[in-house]
Design a protein around this ligand. Structure first.
Ligand code: AMP
Ligand code: ZN
Length: 115
């Protein structure tokens, strides 16, 4: 936990969030400023600054996040239609919140495809 981190505060319940999934290692909640009909953020409860700061062993929680994405896609019934997962990293990557997070976007044909 990092005292001044907004996502750590969400994990602690100090800032409210609209939770989609939670277990001992992962929290998923709706993005406050959605870019698609479904826009969920998935975060490890451990404070990891970004993808660039992954340490040995962190790959386990990252893999689990992708499994949670699968579960959510099935439950919210967009698995068939498809979805997009984005992790912005650092300044050039456009990362604004410095607690590793994965954007899960679905519910429409997503535009602005850059790759
Ligand atoms: P990024 O630009 O990749 O760092 O994404 C940060 C995301 O966090 C943005 O999509 C914001 O809308 C979202 N966000 C910031 N504060 C909150 C909050 N309190 N609850 C939910 N989402 C938030
Ligand atoms: Zn944090």
């Amino acid at each position: 936990m990092k005292e001044d981190c907004i996502f750590c505060k969400i994990i602690k319940g100090e800032i409210p969030s609209s939770k989609v999934y939670e277990d001992e290692e992962i929290l998923a909640f709706n993005d406050i400023n959605p870019a698609a009909p479904i826009h969920i953020l998935l975060i490890p409860k451990k404070h990891i600054k970004s993808l660039a700061e992954l340490k040995d062993g962190d790959e386990k929680v990252i893999g689990k996040i992708y499994q949670v994405i699968n579960k959510i896609a099935e439950k919210q019934e967009f698995k068939e239609k498809g979805y997009r997962v984005i992790a912005n990293c650092g300044k050039d990557g456009g990362q604004e919140v410095e607690h590793l997070h994965f954007h899960l976007l679905a519910g429409k044909q997503l535009g602005e495809k850059i790759v």
